[in-house]
Ligand binder design. Structure first.
Ligand SMILES: Nc1ncnc2c1ncn2[C@@H]1O[C@H](COP(=O)(O)OP(=O)(O)OP(=O)(O)O)[C@@H](O)[C@H]1O
Ligand SMILES: [Mg+2]
Length: 376
């Protein structure tokens, strides 16, 4: 466990984050939190407030992206009566309400240059000036800002003031995406399952699926996935693969397909070797069975029988120009795919009629480079 409230994980990355959070909380400095959506930026902001000297004081969270520009200014800094059309009364800003506490400015990267200039003044002078007012009020605040895109990139683009960036990023805490700390998935799943109550547990196959998924929505997506699966598993049930959403189940299928399945079992390896010898002979003789059979020291009938057993077929394909096709008729345990332009048909290969032997020769040569896929 990390010792940080709400922050679950035991990966090296999360431990590093926890150490930074502890240091930053004690130092009472301005902190910039960066991380993709759902990585726990708000969790960290709240922890900074809860662990620091300002614990128990106000914690005000503002989503800067959710408010239109003028609205954001008026919300945060307050406004005088008549400062703008519709400003009927005087209004105290959130920054003043948060005095002696912590302000969490979420999605800071989306703010306007005018807002950035105002905020910089607050940070530099520790005072707030309401919109339409020339009187400044002193405030004692700790500002924590967050961005789900690297703020430095916005500075480089000219979309964010460099001076404000340096003022905010006294200490930067970068939250890693979940896919870069898959070792935390099991712990998080356990945490969410316990929190939900009702379900008895999670089957290991389901856990494997979850650990293989990339979670673009990070911990939030994982939490929602577990909540959904728990509903489907029902009270007292165990979450199985069948309760996971298709996109999470797909992750496991992709992983399984990517995992190398060779070396093949001895019998399969033997069949593959035979198949290659037969295909080689066919290629050398432009798919002429009589000549290939002679080359292999067997009868034409014997070769046909062997080809059937090995799943090798020779046929004329239907195309604008007749092509000879060497095709693996049955699902074979190991198929060698061509790397040249010969197109694949039914997990087999098409060989242009004009250069059957050469094309196939290239293919076979390429296959010794181990470009194999499993089929069937
Ligand atoms: N390390 C963690 N341990 C436990 N729960 C976490 C962790 N990180 C995130 N969560 C949970 O995931 C959800 C999303 O977290 P949070 O709101 O902090 O993300 P965020 O980075 O602020 O996302 P956004 O950019 O979309 O606002 C919350 O329910 C939070 O409790
Ligand atoms: Mg957030």
């Amino acid at each position: 466990m990390t010792g940080i409230p709400g922050l679950i994980g035991e990966s090296a990355a999360v431990r590093r984050v926890a150490a930074l959070v502890r240091a930053a909380a004690a130092a009472d400095v301005t902190v910039l939190i960066e991380g993709e959506t759902g990585t726990g930026k708000e969790v960290v902001a709240r922890a900074l407030a809860a662990l620091g000297a300002r614990a128990g004081r106000p914690f005000v969270a503002v989503n800067c992206a959710a408010l239109a520009d003028g609205m954001l200014d008026s919300e945060l800094f307050g406004h005088r009566r008549g400062a703008f059309t519709g400003a009927d009364g005087e209004r105290r800003g959130l920054l003043e309400s948060a005095d002696r506490g912590t302000v969490f400015l979420d999605e800071i990267g989306t703010t306007s240059p005018a807002f950035q200039a105002r905020l910089l003044r607050v940070l530099e002078n520790a005072e707030v000036r309401a919109v339409g007012s020339d009187r400044a009020r002193r405030v004692d605040l700790r500002v924590v800002a967050a961005s789900n895109a690297p703020l430095e990139d916005a500075v480089a683009r000219g979309a964010f003031r460099a001076d404000l960036f340096y003022r905010l990023a006294v200490l930067t805490i970068a939250l890693p995406p979940l896919r870069e700390r898959r070792e935390d998935v099991a712990l998080l799943v356990e945490h969410f399952v316990r929190g939900l109550g009702g379900v008895a547990g999670v089957e290991s196959a389901a856990l494997a699926c979850l650990a293989a998924h990339d979670f673009p929505g990070n911990v939030r997506e994982l939490r929602n996935e577990i909540a959904r699966a728990a509903v489907l598993a029902g009270a007292g049930g165990r979450i199985g693969v069948e309760h996971l959403s298709p996109r999470v189940r797909g992750a496991e299928a992709r992983t399984a397909a990517a995992a190398p399945r060779y070396p093949p079992a001895p019998a399969a390896a033997m069949a593959e070797l035979e198949r290659r010898i037969v295909c080689d002979a066919l290629a050398r003789h432009a798919c002429n069975l009589t000549r290939a059979a002679r080359d292999l020291g067997m009868s034409r009938f014997g070769l046909r029988k062997r080809m059937r057993r090995l799943g090798v077929a020779v046929r004329r394909s239907l195309g604008p120009t007749p092509e000879r096709v060497v095709r693996l008729a049955r699902a074979a345990p190991v198929t060698t795919l061509p790397t040249r332009d010969a197109s694949t048909i039914d997990s087999g290969f098409v060989i242009p009629g004009s250069s059957v032997g050469r094309a196939f020769g290239c293919e076979v040569a390429a296959s010794s480079g181990n470009r194999r896929v499993t089929s069937g």
